[in-house]
Design a protein around this ligand. Structure first.
Ligand code: GRF
Length: 213
């Protein structure tokens, strides 16, 4: 009993530096519109993101509307050259991206509409630290145009998945899914909007959950 009291007293009287609130440093990577990045930035602004710091927006496309979100949300936004290929990095440029993110001491990389396959060295530098949002109920309909694939298959539901990124494209372990039903009255446009709305709920929720681990 007395031991327990000593322990308690030492903790209560400890210096403030004994209590540390660590923030998860998050990088948002994207290529285009950036509505998922915006959902995360909005959640952060509204205090719904837990212990998260958004260290920057990193785009592989100099014309990505997502870059404009930097000034809007007070977050640094960068265009980084991905190299000459359309859907993959050149090895040198992938090194450059990895080093840039390492220099920012990033804890979690969020692929929010990033249209490029990630390989070593980025995958190696951030092993088990990269997540992606995909607009289908993986493992079905991986790859490009998840919503179109779901729609054309005529199934009665679609949705979105957040998963860890591995060398297996859209194949890493799932962190969460939201199911979206396809009604008779749906058109491809309304179905698409419902899936995007689900993405904007799911991705910030998973980022917040990861910050609490
Ligand atoms: C989203 O549907 C996401 O699931 C997929 O690409 C799209 C990006 O949209 N990976 P946005 O740029 O976040 O608006």
């Amino acid at each position: 009993m007395s031991l327990k009291c000593d322990f308690l007293i030492k903790n209560i009287c400890g210096t403030p530096s004994a209590v540390q609130f660590t923030y998860m440093r998050v990088a948002l990577l994207g290529s285009g519109r950036g509505s998922n990045a915006e959902a995360i930035l909005r959640a952060k602004q509204n205090g719904q993101l837990g212990r998260v710091d958004i260290v920057g927006i990193f785009c592989d496309n100099p014309l990505a509307p997502m870059l404009k979100m930097g000034p809007r949300f007070g977050v640094p936004a960068f265009y980084l050259d991905p190299g000459p290929f359309k859907t993959k990095f050149s090895p040198e440029q992938e090194n450059f991206w990895a080093n840039t993110l390492l220099s920012q001491q990033v804890d979690l990389v969020v692929l929010a509409g990033f249209m490029r396959v990630i390989k070593a060295p980025l995958l190696q530098a951030f092993e088990n630290k990269i997540i992606n949002i995909h607009p289908s109920l993986l493992p079905v309909f991986p790859g490009l145009d998840g919503i179109g694939q779901t729609w054309r298959a005529g199934v009665n539901e679609g949705g979105c998945t957040v998963h860890w990124v591995t060398s297996d494209v859209d194949g890493g372990r799932h962190l969460g899914q939201i199911r979206v039903s396809r009604e008779n009255s749906d058109t491809l446009e309304t179905f698409t909007s419902k899936i995007h709305a689900a993405e904007h709920i799911l991705l910030p929720k998973i980022v917040a959950e990861l910050s609490l681990l």
